[in-house]
Design a protein around this ligand. Structure first.
Ligand SMILES: CC(C)(COP(=O)(O)OP(=O)(O)OC[C@H]1O[C@@H](n2cnc3c(N)ncnc32)[C@H](O)[C@@H]1OP(=O)(O)O)[C@@H](O)C(=O)NCCC(=O)NCCS
Length: 191
C-alpha cells in the first residue's frame, strides 16, 4: 500500500535506491535541510509497506515557493520529483505532482514550474500529461560553463522551463504558447 508522508531529515539515509538515477540530482545535507526548515509541507515522500512490514521510500517531492504576487511571479517550484526504479509507471510521480498542485492552490500561488533536461523525455511526458507546457528553453542551464550565445542550442545541457498555471492566474498570463522556441540564457532568468 502506498502512503504519502512528510519527508524527514533521517530519510536521507534511506533514499539511495531513489537517488541512484542519472537524472536525479543529489544535493548536500544543508540544501535538503533548508527545504525541510523553510518549506516543510512541500517536501514529502511516498512509501510502500513490504511483506516484512518494513517501509520502503518509493519516491519523493521536493519543492519551494518563490517570487512575489505583486510582480505576478509568486509560484511553486519543483526542485526534484523522483521515483525508485522498482516502483515506476504506477502513477506515483503523477500523484506526488497532483498533491503539490492541491497544496499550491491552497497557498494561492500563480503557477508551478520546474526545469527538466531537454533529453529527459519521460520527465517531459509526465509533466505534459499533467497539463504543464514549455515556457522557455534555458540555453546551457546544465552546462559546466556559463553560455553567452542564446542561439547555440545543445540538447545535452539545455533545459526546458515548464509551467502549469493555477486558478489564481485567471488570465493565464504566466504561461505561453510555443515556449520551446523562446531561448534565454541562465543569466537572464531570476527564477
Ligand atoms: C519521470 C519519473 C518521475 C516518472 O515517474 P513515474 O512514477 O514512473 O510516472 P507515472 O507513473 O506517474 O507516469 C506519468 C506519465 O509519464 C509518462 N511516462 C512515465 N514513464 C514512462 C515510460 N517508461 N515510458 C513512456 N512514458 C512514460 C507517461 O505519459 C505516464 O502516463 P501513463 O502511464 O498514463 O502513460 C521517473 O521516471 C523518474 O523518477 N525519473 C528520474 C527523475 C526524473 O527525471 N524526474 C523528473 C524531472 S525533474
Amino acid at each position: 500500500m502506498t502512503s504519502i508522508k512528510p519527508f524527514q531529515l533521517e530519510d536521507l539515509f534511506n533514499i539511495n535506491q531513489v537517488n541512484l538515477d542519472p537524472l536525479t540530482e543529489n544535493f548536500n545535507i544543508s540544501f535538503y535541510s533548508q527545504y525541510l526548515n523553510t518549506w516543510p509541507n512541500l517536501f514529502y515522500k511516498s512509501t510502500e509497506s513490504t511483506n516484512n512490514e518494513e517501509e520502503v521510500i518509493s519516491g519523493y517531492m521536493m519543492a519551494k515557493t518563490e517570487g512575489s504576487l505583486s510582480k505576478n511571479e509568486l509560484h511553486t517550484h519543483i526542485t526534484a520529483v523522483t521515483i525508485n526504479q522498482n516502483y515506476r509507471r504506477i502513477n506515483l510521480a503523477s500523484k506526488l505532482c497532483l498533491q503539490l498542485e492541491k497544496i499550491s492552490e491552497v497557498q494561492q500561488t500563480l503557477f508551478i514550474d520546474l526545469f527538466v533536461k531537454v533529453t529527459n523525455e519521460l520527465g517531459r511526458k509526465l509533466y505534459e500529461k499533467l497539463g504543464y507546457s514549455i515556457y522557455r528553453r534555458v540555453i546551457g542551464y546544465y552546462g559546466k560553463t556559463m553560455p553567452d550565445d542564446r542561439n547555440k542550442l545543445d540538447n545535452d545541457i539545455d533545459a526546458f522551463d515548464m509551467r502549469k498555471s493555477l486558478q489564481l492566474d485567471k488570465n493565464k498570463s504566466t504561461i505561453r504558447e510555443n515556449g520551446d522556441k523562446v531561448y534565454v540564457l541562465p543569466t537572464e532568468i531570476f527564477f
